[in-house]
Design a protein around this ligand. Structure first.
Ligand code: ZN
Length: 233
């Protein structure tokens, strides 16, 4: 039984989004901060970059945890769709995530990422594997992951112990819904902590996926398709 999903949020329903069904989203010329390792330079400060520039989050904080599932076969597609796991977002998304993580760390927790920016061509690859809008956002319209404004996350303690959110990442079904309160109190409290913190920092949630958050200010950015560099050797 297929009981999984992959962030099939529907940008067409968002305020200010004009692309109708079948209208291909324009893929922009993406601005990406320089590859620090290639240049052997420190990353440019976030303040010096435009809000829409893409950055590698790990260049700006060592305080996040990563479990980037689509770079592994441990996801509902059962195959890796990224050549290596990296978490890129636009600068404005990164700023909001840094602020949210700081608030969480004061309470003994931190954000663990399952997915961040996803190139539009990877959305097509996922669609080719599972061409079903119930599980994968249609690549023609693009997902907010393709815009650099969505993240799939959970919480862990500062010792790296995952909080119980009631389901695995990408579980499709009522148990993953925010409005399902038929769950242990601990699970509900963990989800509430994540949701309230993210909402405090400019994100909105989707009803059916406890792990998915969209930056409000990121909904109208263009779909992007740059590929991040992978370590060599
Ligand atoms: Zn998502």
């Amino acid at each position: 039984m297929m009981a999984l999903s992959a962030c099939r949020e529907t940008p067409g329903k968002l305020p200010g989004t004009n692309s109708g069904p079948g209208a291909a989203a324009p893929v922009s010329q993406d601005t990406v901060a320089p590859d620090r390792t290639a240049l052997a330079l420190p990353p440019p400060s976030l303040e010096s970059l435009a809000d829409t520039t893409f950055i590698r989050l790990a260049d700006y904080s060592g305080d996040f945890a990563y479990d980037l599932r689509y770079a592994t076969a441990n996801n509902f597609l059962e195959e890796a769709v990224y050549p290596c796991g990296e978490c890129y977002t636009r600068v404005k998304t990164a700023r909001a995530l840094l602020a949210a993580n700081a608030e969480l760390m004061r309470q003994g927790y931190r954000i663990r990422f399952f997915d961040c920016y996803r190139p539009n061509s990877v959305q097509y690859k996922m669609w080719a594997i599972v061409p079903n809008p119930q599980y994968v956002a249609n690549p023609v319209k693009g997902s907010i992951h393709n815009k650099g404004g969505a993240v799939d996350i959970t919480l862990e303690t500062l010792d790296g112990v995952s909080l119980d959110m009631g389901t695995e990442f990408d579980f499709f079904g009522r148990r993953a819904y925010h409005d399902n309160t038929d769950l242990p109190q601990e699970v509900l409290a963990n989800r509430r902590l994540l949701k309230e913190t993210m909402e405090n920092h400019g994100f909105w949630s989707v009803r059916t996926e406890w792990w998915h958050y969209n930056l409000k200010a990121g909904s109208n950015d263009p779909v992007a398709d740059f590929q991040w560099p992978c370590p060599t050797g």
